[in-house]
Design a binder for this molecule. Structure first.
Ligand SMILES: NC(=O)c1ccc[n+]([C@@H]2O[C@H](COP(=O)([O-])OP(=O)(O)OC[C@H]3O[C@@H](n4cnc5c(N)ncnc54)[C@H](O)[C@@H]3O)[C@@H](O)[C@H]2O)c1
Length: 254
């Protein structure tokens, strides 16, 4: 397939973690439409199958990888599957994430450790696994899904906000290390997006939060996914290095 404006990722081999739902599923479908070959990784195998089927119907070659990115081998598994299936990796989207809530005073060490492992350490492990391939071919794109709460903080979410602030710091630092080798590392820091991640929050909280947004509403996963396409596209993504893009309905204006 030729790389065109409609298929900017034709010939690219991409791994997307957390691809079974929400933002990751929307990125998977957008990448399939854009012509990429895909490894979709998630711990939820049943939902992953459905997303993979949709991506295949859009014309993409898709491998499913059932893995828990909270473990070292699980965080490496998507990259390994991509190298095995397609002979290399061009794009890594570190999107898998979880959300739990507690006041800092009540937060257990286990909740803290789980959050850091899934939302931050996995980003380091998967990126480190992908880098030798990207550096050797002098082309790579790493896109980390952070959160605006990593910038503004969130009450009852010290562990989540700390993990996501860590993702933003990791993104900038790795970008400084590898951009001269044409491996570009960037982050997306969404505001509130209607996905299963926020399903558990109370309707009152959601109504109040939507009112306080300049746009007056939560975003949709489909409104975030095109940013991940742009960051991996040429020439549109070529000048983004260590950036944190904010599809956040105006909640944070850095
Ligand atoms: N929805 C929002 O408001 C929002 C806002 C800012 C950032 N984010 C971030 O966006 C990313 C995607 O979240 P979403 O809103 O699409 O949520 P979601 O719950 O719809 O999807 C998350 C996906 O990650 C997978 N996952 C979770 N833990 C995993 C693990 N240990 N191993 C493998 N897969 C795992 C889940 O199975 C699920 O398919 C997350 O990193 C989240 O922190 C979401």
């Amino acid at each position: 397939m030729q790389r065109t404006l409609a298929t900017p990722l034709a010939g690219r081999r991409a791994v997307i973690t957390g691809a079974a739902s929400g933002i990751g599923a929307a990125i998977a479908m957008a990448y399939a439409q854009a012509g990429a070959s895909l490894v979709l990784a998630d711990r939820n195998g049943a939902a992953l199958q459905d997303v993979a089927a949709t991506c295949r119907a859009l014309g993409s070659t898709v491998h499913e990888c059932i893995a828990d990115v909270g473990t070292r081998s699980g965080a490496q598994a998507g990259v390994d599957a991509c190298v095995q299936a397609f002979g290399g990796i061009d794009i890594l989207v570190n999107n898998a994430g979880m959300l739990t809530q507690a006041k800092c005073i009540d937060l257990t060490q286990e909740m803290w450790d789980d959050m850091l492992r899934v939302d931050l350490t996995s980003v380091f492990i998967a990126s480190q696994r992908a880098l030798p391939h990207m550096l050797a071919q002098r082309w790579g794109r790493i896109i980390n899904v952070a959160s605006q709460l990593g910038i503004k903080g969130g009450a009852d979410l010290t562990h989540y906000a700390a993990a996501k602030a860590g993702v933003i710091g990791f993104t900038k630092s790795l970008a400084l290390e590898v951009s001269k080798d044409n491996v570009l590392v960037n982050a997306i820091a969404p505001g509130p997006i209607t996905t299963t991640l926020v399903d558990g929050l109370s309707p009152d909280w959601k109504t109040a939060k939507a009112k306080e947004l300049p746009l007056g509403r939560f975003g949709l996963a489909e409104e975030v996914a095109p940013i991940a396409v742009l960051l991996a596209s040429e020439p549109g993504g070529n000048l983004f290095v260590g950036q944190t893009l904010g599809p956040n309905s105006g909640d944070v204006m850095p």
